[in-house]
Design a binder for this molecule. Structure first.
Ligand code: SF4
Length: 281
């Protein structure tokens, strides 16, 4: 359900000679929250709302603890401008961390009862999204909804309408990027134009999600391996705790071998690679 907070006020826009947004009758007495993931779409949403001085009471961000260093800096930068606009900026942390859910949580039901940890997430079992992000947000919003009449701004882009249609929960939401007709591509360009570039993260990654995500593209994982060795080392530790392989096509160790081989192949060429390894063998 949407109440079109981002539909301009026709009359005031006409009087002022510029697009003007103000709460309409339906919007009075509501508490407006922005759900911020830190990615390009929700960042564009937040910046756009600030640009048009659209009423926001609070910005909420869930910190899963596995964000790239560039994303941590990006969130700090956004927090600063949000707080300078006298808007509350809330950082939520899940009650239990990634390591707990991956390797320590004791299952209490299902066929794996008594077993430890969910293991690495995969396409069918994204426990990190459900247990850490969605549940944390749900709990926080439930508390807010009990006390306030909330409306949540969600950063789905204009070319992601199917995500809006799939949304099943009952919270009142506002999809302003759709009202602004802003696609994913336009959202990224808009963020860049406002000076938010994640220090180049989006040039390497399709989505600026967790650095250890097994659902990332192979090229993205290779970039992590080559550029963030300390983060990769942590993935090795978690891998030892996981009952499930990192991915169905490659284990973490197989990926390392693949990336190292590719490194030497790029340097020497395939033929020389074989010769060098044969000589060493
Ligand atoms: S990005 Fe990957 S690891 Fe992070 S919460 Fe989403 S599915 Fe889980």
């Amino acid at each position: 359900m949407s109440i079109y907070m981002t539909a301009p006020d026709d009359y005031l826009s006409w009087v002022l000679g510029e697009t003007y947004y103000s709460p309409n009758e339906e919007q009075i007495d509501k508490y407006f929250i922005v759900s911020l993931s830190g990615g390009k779409d929700s960042t564009a949403l937040l910046l756009k709302l600030l640009e048009h001085d659209i009423l926001i009471h609070e910005v909420v961000y869930v910190d899963v603890g596995k964000e790239f260093p560039e994303m941590i800096q990006h969130i700090k930068k956004l927090k600063k401008i949000v707080e300078a606009a006298e808007i509350k900026f809330t950082i939520l942390k899940p009650e239990k961390n990634f390591r707990y859910w991956l390797g320590e949580h004791i299952k209490t039901k299902g066929k794996n009862i008594g077993k430890k940890g969910y293991g690495w997430p995969d396409f069918r079992n994204r426990w990190c999204t459900s247990q850490m992000k969605i549940e944390t947000l749900k709990k926080y919003y439930l508390n807010l909804i009990n006390n306030k009449n909330t409306v949540e701004f969600v950063g789905y882009a204009a070319d992601e309408i199917e995500r809006i249609n799939n949304n099943k929960d009952k919270r009142i939401k506002e999809y302003s990027l759709v009202n602004f007709d802003m696609t994913e591509k336009a959202a990224l360009e808009y963020c860049y134009s406002k000076g938010f570039d994640w220090n180049g993260l989006y040039e390497k990654f399709n989505r600026a999600s967790c650095y250890l995500c097994p659902l990332s593209r192979l090229s993205e994982l290779k970039y992590v391996f080559e550029n963030y060795p300390h983060l990769w080392l942590e993935m090795r530790m978690l891998d030892d705790m996981s009952f499930r392989d990192f991915r169905s096509d490659y284990t973490l160790k197989e990926l390392e071998k693949k990336f190292i081989n590719e490194f030497y192949e790029d340097m020497w060429g395939r033929k020389q690679l074989k010769l060098n390894f044969l000589e060493e063998g």
